[in-house]
Write a protein that binds this ligand. Structure first.
Ligand SMILES: [Zn+2]
Length: 112
């Protein structure tokens, strides 16, 4: 039994088959980053995020309503906020620059 308040056990959790399958399911259901959608952007989901962090509510580890699909940059931003909130060392957040967005895709069409 994993103690998800323990960082080592959280690492094991994220490597577990159960989590992998749950995360794959969320990615299928939410192929686009939820936060980007709110900002009117389209970015593919790369990470499945616990809306309420795992260390706070380990009981919600597999609760579907507590899971959301996020792109790399939104996941990094959220994880950084959470770890700062817990007094962890600040890590540099690499901002993931999207290679494309919907506006660029349609720019050519509009210009013609
Ligand atoms: Zn995003």
């Amino acid at each position: 039994m994993l103690n998800l308040k323990n960082p080592e056990d959280r690492k094991k959790f994220y490597k577990s088959k159960e989590w992998y399958l749950a995360a794959e399911q969320v990615k299928r259901e939410e192929p686009l980053c939820r936060m980007c959608l709110k900002e009117g952007k389209l970015e593919p989901t790369r990470h499945v995020d616990h809306i309420i962090a795992l260390q706070i509510r380990p009981d919600l580890a597999f609760e579907r309503t507590n899971l959301q699909g996020l792109c790399i940059s939104h996941h990094a931003i959220k994880t950084n906020q959470e770890s700062n909130g817990f007094g962890a060392k600040k890590r540099k957040t690499k901002i993931y620059k999207p290679k494309w967005n919907i506006d660029n895709l349609f720019q050519n069409v509009r210009d013609k």
